[in-house]
Ligand binder design. Structure first.
Ligand code: C5P
Length: 238
């Protein structure tokens, strides 16, 4: 997939971790000038369902459905067929589920999209959860390789893992959560990075939640993040 490299909005995903679609949409509208992607996780999808995807698409967002599929390949393939028809731009699967399961997700997503006349979503393999403190860099390398082999279009990983994921899955898009502007709270993020550090480490899209959504002035924080991203895009990658 291609990114408009020079538009910071294409590099910023807003994590809408809310249990209410009205609240999420209100914030999504306010922050659209700075964010091109909106992430819907279990909380919002569980509360408001598939309608969330079309509601955010109407606001001009590419929608990132973060449901981290992980089950037997047949079940994942069938779920992917349904999710593929929703019009999402990105959908996640767990790399821990293995290559066959990810293949089922990739083909199910393409079938569902084609049947619905929707664009095929980019399947992102979630590498290692920040809560998983046991996973070694060998695990990260092998999960990254199998995501690439299964046909995933990208990976979700921490900024600190980019050096490994870029090596083992060089062509894949990277979606990076755990972003914290300098001087803000890390909340429960175990491996946080600043927007600049993440972009310079090779992140394609930064996932930003509470640093902006829980800020006293979300617009001001979004402006600061977007400026940091814009100035980092032009800088050489580390
Ligand atoms: O911490 P923040 O609100 O920016 O979280 C944005 C996204 O990052 C969440 O929706 C979740 O998917 C992910 N996250 C993570 N590790 C954590 C907490 C959240 O990767 N410890």
């Amino acid at each position: 997939m291609t990114l408009a490299e020079d538009d910071p909005r294409d590099r910023l995903a807003l994590a809408l971790d809310f249990d209410d679609l009205v609240v999420a949409l209100r914030l999504a509208r306010r922050l659209r000038p700075w964010f091109g992607v909106a992430k819907v996780g279990f909380e919002l999808f569980g509360a408001a369902g598939p309608e969330t995807v079309s509601a955010l698409a109407v606001e001009g967002y590419r929608v990132f459905v973060d449901l981290k599929l992980h089950d037997i390949p047949t079940t994942v393939g069938r779920a992917a067929r349904v999710l593929g028809g929703l019009g999402a731009g990105f959908v996640t699967v767990h790399t821990q589920g293995g290559e066959e399961m990810m293949r089922a997700a990739v083909s199910g997503m393409a079938e569902g999209a084609s049947a619905a006349g929707a664009p095929t979503p980019c399947v992102l393999g979630v590498t290692v959860l920040t809560s998983d403190t046991e996973a070694t860099s060998d695990v990260l390398a092998s999960r990254s390789r199998s995501a690439a082999a299964a046909g995933c279009g990208g990976l979700v990983c921490a900024a600190s893992d980019l050096v490994v994921t870029r090596r083992w899955a060089p062509g894949l898009l990277t979606m990076v959560p755990g972003i914290r502007p300098a001087g803000t709270s890390t909340d429960d993020q175990a491996r946080a990075a600043t927007p600049r550090a993440a972009i310079l480490a090779g992140a394609d899209i930064l996932v930003i939640g509470r640093a902006v959504t829980a800020a006293e002035d979300p617009e001001a924080m979004a402006t600061a993040v977007a400026h940091e991203v814009a100035s980092s895009i032009a800088a050489p990658r580390g």
